[in-house]
Design a protein around this ligand. Structure first.
Ligand SMILES: [Zn+2]
Length: 44
């Protein structure tokens, strides 16, 4: 089944290289201030 769910976006996420924190915006990690990298989220 394919449908759009605004609460579970399938687009790219960004993961902190240092602590692994994930966020949906391309910015520095709000937790430790480390750089984030783009990752593909296909499943939980
Ligand atoms: Zn971090």
């Amino acid at each position: 089944m394919i449908y759009s769910d605004p609460y579970t976006p399938t687009r790219s996420y960004y993961e902190c290289c240092d602590c692994g924190y994930r966020e949906a915006t391309d910015s520095l990690c709000p937790d430790c201030g480390g750089a984030t990298k783009s990752i593909a989220v296909g499943r939980e």
